[in-house]
Design a protein around this ligand. Structure first.
Ligand SMILES: Cc1cc2nc3c(=O)[nH]c(=O)nc-3n(C[C@H](O)[C@H](O)[C@H](O)COP(=O)(O)O)c2cc1C
Length: 329
């Protein structure tokens, strides 16, 4: 999730309650294939997080081809294509959920991504064939070192994450088209683009995709409004999905993957660990974006309002320790 599931977040999630599968924040295919070296921070991962899927968004098939090669070189277990983001900044460029209205382009993007993966594993293309500049190649090597990648890994899965439609559900025709592309898995968020995050996810529409996929090799994951692993397992039973993705409820709440409610002390410990990992992994970054994560960890705590008003002024790990001491005594 953009701005949330960065490397410190995923390391903490792994320690507290490792999900079966994790995704990076989405990253622009155009960006990583055209020298956006800062974006490579988004693609840092540690081996204990596996299986780890790298998620791409964009609108240019050639960038997806290149990005698929890059994700293979970085040793990802899967390449996921975002066709579900409703943010205007993404959809106005024809990316994310806007691709639901551009089915020919969506198919081209999937084909280009597949070709990138296949060409890489059939030795038809190497990372050095992509015309990446020297700085980008250096940052790719930095990432590989961080992730302990020495040679080629297994071929990654290819998948799509999408929504029911643009302003109304067209899930049967849209999912049929996607299922024809031979994806390894397909995730459906049970809302339309127009709904963004309003209303509730319509799982009966997700169930239609489960039925359509019965004679295909594609696994179906459902997404929307799930609050715990227990609830996810119930929904697998009830709707026949092969898996469930949990998004917002895991933000600041890594315990949801083990059906556990954390104590205030445990929440502060997670904040502190998050801050320490952030400083260690991204020493060049500013501290203030971390406050967003702290606010998420703090939600649900007693006196949350008062706590939030303090969190927005934190500037250092020392400030956080002081806040913990004040709050817990
Ligand atoms: C802040 C935020 C960032 C998100 N970033 C991404 C993203 O990068 N990629 C993606 O596929 N979905 C992203 N999503 C959507 C979620 O993955 C998920 O589909 C949606 O929140 C519904 O599931 P939930 O009810 O479990 O949260 C984001 C959602 C939020 C609120």
């Amino acid at each position: 999730m953009d701005g949330i599931t960065d490397e410190p977040f995923r390391l903490i999630q792994t320690q507290i309650a490792k999900p079966d599968l994790m995704f990076t924040e989405f990253v622009s295919a155009e960006g990583i294939s055209h020298g956006g070296i800062k974006l490579y921070d988004t693609l840092l991962f540690s081996s204990q997080e596996r299986p780890i899927i790298g998620q791409l968004f964009g609108k240019n098939p050639d960038s997806f081809y290149k990005s698929a090669v890059i994700l293979c070189e970085l040793g990802f277990d899967g390449v996921d294509i975002n066709m579900g983001c409703p943010a205007k900044t993404v959809t106005q460029n024809g990316s994310g959920a806007a691709l639901i209205a551009l089915p020919d382009l969506a198919v081209e993007i999937i084909k280009a991504t597949k070709k990138g993966i296949n060409d890489y594993f059939e030795n038809k293309v190497k990372i050095t064939d992509l015309d990446l500049n020297k700085k980008t190649l250096e940052v790719i090597n930095r990432n590989k070192k961080y992730s302990n990648i020495t040679g080629k890994k297994n071929k990654p899965t290819i998948s799509v994450k999408t929504r029911l439609g643009v302003d109304k559900s067209i899930i049967e025709s849209w999912a049929s088209l996607l299922l024809d592309q031979g994806l390894d898995f397909l995730t459906i968020h049970g809302r339309t683009l127009k709904q963004a995050y309003a209303g509730t996810a319509d799982w009966s529409e997700i169930k239609k995709v489960v039925d359509l996929a019965k004679n295909t090799k594609t696994k179906i994951f459902g997404n929307g409004d799930i609050q715990s692993r227990l609830e996810a397992l119930e929904f697998c039973q009830k709707y026949g999905v092969d898996g469930v993705l949990i998004g917002r409820f895991a933000c600041g709440n890594p315990w949801c993957f083990k059906n556990y409610t954390a104590t205030p002390k445990e929440r502060f410990s997670a904040m502190l660990l998050h801050a320490q990992l952030f400083k260690e992994i991204f020493p060049h970054r500013r501290f203030d974006p971390l406050r967003k994560n702290f606010l998420l960890y703090a939600s649900g705590l007693p006196n949350a309002k008062q706590l939030r008003s303090k969190i927005v002024h934190l500037n250092s790990i020392e400030d956080l320790l002081q806040l913990e001491a004040d709050f817990l005594t």
